[in-house]
Design a protein around this ligand. Sequence first.
Ligand code: BJW
Ligand code: ZN
Length: 253
Amino acid sequence: MSHFYFSNTLVEKLSTARHVVALTGAGISAESGIATFRGADGIWKKLKPEELASMETFMCNPDLVWEWYEYRRKIIHNVTPNSGHYTLAKMEKYYPYFSISTQNVDGLHFRAGNKNVFELHGNILRNRCVVCGRKVNDVEFKKGEKIPRCECGGMIRPDVVWFGEMLTPEVLYASFEEAATADVYFSIGTSAVVYPAAMLPAEAKKNGAYVVEINLEPTPLSTQVDESFLGKVGEILPQLWQLVEMKNNQDCE
Ligand code: BJW
Ligand code: ZN
């Protein structure tokens, strides 16, 4: 376990902030055992999911896309949240206003106990009809079987956001609102290359938030933030939060 140095400024800002927001990406779930998309061992190195996660591929080859999602669902089903997720759950309890805008579709923030979560790219555990949009939860697909169909005849697809598709407007609007009003904004475990999510930290900064990045490696965002920590979120965030809790306990004495 590495030990990190945190500035007094950051600890002070976190202990006095009223509104804290975190943008999260695949990196926060990596320590739970879910592969990231673009990191060193990212799944997209082998499978080119930029192509898999598209309506075009789904329409041409729905079996392949369903197979990929069923594979990932099984993994997600068998993992648990990690210390990064649990620290964000503690933070939600502490602040008057706290939210997460997540690009992850794995639902682990909810499983860790967070309630105020905006799922920018949907949720892999849900499905919907490509024709009428009806939400369908319990469908299974096994290799070699027919693609699940809705009552209306349309194909069922995972309820996630693929490239070229609009994010749910209410979720996107709320995430921008949260960014624009945050005192401290975290960008955690995201390569910050997928838009419009990648615009959120800049929106926060423009509106006066103190912006903090946590990632294994530098990203296009790193030079724009107030503080950048290179390492595992499951180590950095609990250590930082412990300092904030210690400071608050001292201030109460
Ligand atoms: C750790 C760690 C540890 C590891 N601790 N860190 C503006 C400019 C340019 C392009 C566009 C633009 N606006 C829109 C676009 C197009 C496109 C886009 O962004 N393309 C770019 C790639 C160039 N965007 C879209 O199409 C979006 N829609 C849209 O904009 O609609 C409007 C519109 C529509 C039509 C016409 C015109 C406008 C939709 C984007 C949907 C993205 N969907 C996916 C798949 C979701 C479903 C699924 O899961 O299957 O979302 S793609 C994939 O990338 C997934 C992720 O949520 C997303 C982001 O990835 P993330 O989370 O950052 O993961 P990684 O793997 O990239 O990074 C992990 C990081 O963690 C790494 O940095 C590691 O170092 C780090 N890490 N372990 C800390 N332990
Ligand atoms: Zn339908």
